[in-house]
Design a protein around this ligand. Sequence first.
Ligand code: ZN
Length: 152
Amino acid sequence: MKTKALDNPAQELGRYEELRQILERRRSSITSTIRDRVSAVRAHHGETNTAGVLDDVEAADADLQEDIELALIEARQETLQKIDASLRRLELGVYGLCSECGEEISAVRLRALPFAVRCRDCEEDHESTVRREREKRQRQFTLFAEPAGRDR
Ligand SMILES: [Zn+2]
């Protein structure tokens, strides 16, 4: 891995500064989006509290809206973490190397996803693992939420 770090693909591409700027820009735009969404959720909270007369359906609907907002915020925070990790990797001179297998991530992939930390193969493996985990949790949740429906 040491030898790999010496030929930094980002430097080979001569795009170190450009990459840093792209990452910083995405970072600040996502940060401000998160800030906006968080205050939107808070404002919404205030609204439902002062209204105080929501029936069950409305309340459930408001909860769902809020869950969606929170999921979106969470997804953006994940992206933010990826960007931070990429910036650190850029500083360390290991940017553009797959965090799993240590192979170079293709320039095409990095152009499309400047904060990718895995090569395509490792990312696909990772995503199917995450998906399986999520489905497992989803099944447990469904089982828990609708015990009657499972009784056929
Ligand atoms: Zn890999």
